[in-house]
Design a protein around this ligand. Structure first.
Ligand SMILES: C[S@@+](CC[C@H](N)C(=O)[O-])C[C@H]1O[C@@H](n2cnc3c(N)ncnc32)[C@H](O)[C@@H]1O
Length: 446
């Protein structure tokens, strides 16, 4: 029905009057009511199929846009309301911002894809990469709302996923279908007993390669529903419990950025951690086996039950305990044996544990906790030292706009007017006795 005129989604698919998603089966269809003139209106290439769970308040549909990111395309499996919300983000309203993210014509990649023994394909550095450098970035290909998993049965959300992929441009579909998949279970036993259905292959590819992405911080309706997102080039990165790279999602461009957590040398495999690296070995190994189907043989897992392996597990547990105390500002000064015992020496311990554990993508957190502890006891120069380290190591991991890093920048510029200044000495947290009030002194002599 190309050329047929449709009205925008007012009243259809459960949209409230006045909402601005425009539903068209073909991009050449035009809209005819006032909503279509709204600057927020977005024309999708495809907006079907839809499915609604028995107890759900809205249907879940496929929303595809083949013009996204210079024609690479994007497919969402979500509610009309949430799709509409995402079209108000810069990724859709400022297309120039996303073009070039997947392939910047002015730079040569510093990696290549190679077969890695025992791991399938992986990415290997072909040139030196410095800590903090951007290695690669991908706009989202397939964004699946967790509502689909919660509200629909597996065959129903699997069908939506397969339709979402089928609406992408052919070259993009091939890229996705070439990805690895663990756990492909044959479901069609009539024609070819060993061949899995295409939809189950796509489900397995999505499960093996996607990232959990938190909801948009200002999405009013879905603060508890994450997205499960596929980035096909980033998906080629294999796992290491002490990776040399980290990822950061930017909602502004709907893109995953991979940055070097430490210097990487040519010939080194570039790796990410798929899991929380502060779990003990048995938990890490079990999770990787269950969710990704491989036996972890990274350097840390390879230590096994040796004395160094046991030490590493104990360090991971100690990091969690010490970090919990340092983060706990409410529990300070509750008296002997109660509450947090946080102090600068404890923060120094945390820094050394992160460094020993080679947690380069997360060490900024230890630096920032150390900055606050030193400032809280009136040691401005050590506070500045650690705040500067936190900012330097944190920017590539968290992005320049991160609020916590802004806070640390302010501390580094003027520790004396920061909220944490002499906090443990002034007694706001009960004091800790023996505080070093005024020992540091102000640079300006005040
Ligand atoms: C996201 S994919 C990574 C890219 C994949 N190797 C490929 O060929 O496309 C995840 C899959 O890669 C393999 N893999 C990732 N890290 C691994 C590792 N450290 N050891 C063995 N296999 C690994 C597992 O098969 C896992 O299910």
């Amino acid at each position: 029905d190309l050329g047929q005129v449709r009205t925008c989604g007012v009243g259809s698919l459960g949209l409230a009057p006045g909402s601005s998603v425009c539903l068209a089966d073909q991009i050449s269809l035009t809209c005819q009511d006032d909503d279509c003139n709204s600057p927020r209106q977005h024309v999708w290439t495809h907006t079907s199929p839809c499915d609604q769970g028995d107890f759900a308040d809205q249907p879940i549909c496929v929303f595809a846009d083949n013009t996204f990111a210079g024609g690479r395309g994007i497919s969402l499996v979500t509610t009309p309301q949430r799709a509409s919300f995402l079209t108000t983000t810069p990724a859709f309203t400022e297309p120039g911002r996303v073009n070039g993210i997947n392939h910047d014509p002015n730079t040569t990649p510093k990696y290549e894809m190679r077969e890695i023994p025992g791991k399938g394909m992986g990415l290997v550095a072909t040139a030196p990469i410095l800590r903090g450098d951007l290695i690669l970035a991908n706009t989202a290909s397939l964004m699946i709302d967790y509502r689909a998993f919660h509200e629909l049965s597996k065959p129903r959300y699997t069908a939506l996923q397969a339709a979402a992929v089928s609406h992408l441009p052919p070259s993009h579909q091939s890229l996705i279908l070439s990805l690895s998949a663990h756990n492909t279970t044959p479901t069609d036993t009539t024609s070819n007993p060993s061949a899995p259905e295409p939809s189950s292959i796509i489900a397995a590819i999505a499960a093996t390669n996607s990232f959990d992405i938190d909801p948009h911080p200002s999405d009013p309706a879905d603060e508890h529903n994450s997205f499960f997102v596929l980035f096909p080039d980033v998906a080629r990165l294999n796992h290491d419990c002490r990776p040399n790279a980290e990822y950061r999602f930017d909602y502004g461009a709907l893109a995953q950025h991979v940055v070097a957590a430490r210097d990487i040398y040519p010939g080194e495999e570039i790796t990410l951690s798929y899991i929380d690296g502060l779990q003990v070995r048995s938990e890490r190994v079990g999770r990787l086996r269950k969710n990704w189907g491989f036996e972890c043989s990274c350097a840390l897992c390879g230590l096994g039950g040796t004395a160094r392996g046991v030490e590493a597990d104990e360090r991971a547990e100690l990091i969690l305990r010490v970090r919990g105390e340092l983060r706990d500002w409410k529990g300070r000064g509750r008296g002997k044996g109660k509450g947090s015992r946080a102090c600068p020496e404890m923060a120094e311990l945390l820094v050394s544990l992160y460094e020993t554990e080679r947690l380069w993508g997360e060490v900024h957190e230890a630096y920032s906790l150390a900055a606050l502890e030193y400032n809280a006891v009136g040691e401005p120069w050590l506070a500045v030292k650690y705040a500067r380290l936190a900012v330097e190591y944190g920017i590539p991991m968290l992005g320049e706009e991160d609020e916590d890093l802004g806070e640390l920048r302010r501390l580094a510029e003027d520790p004396w007017s920061h909220w944490s200044w002499e906090r443990m000495v002034r007694g706001e947290n009960g004091g800790r006795g023996g505080g070093s009030k005024g020992e540091g002194g102000r640079a300006d002599g005040a």
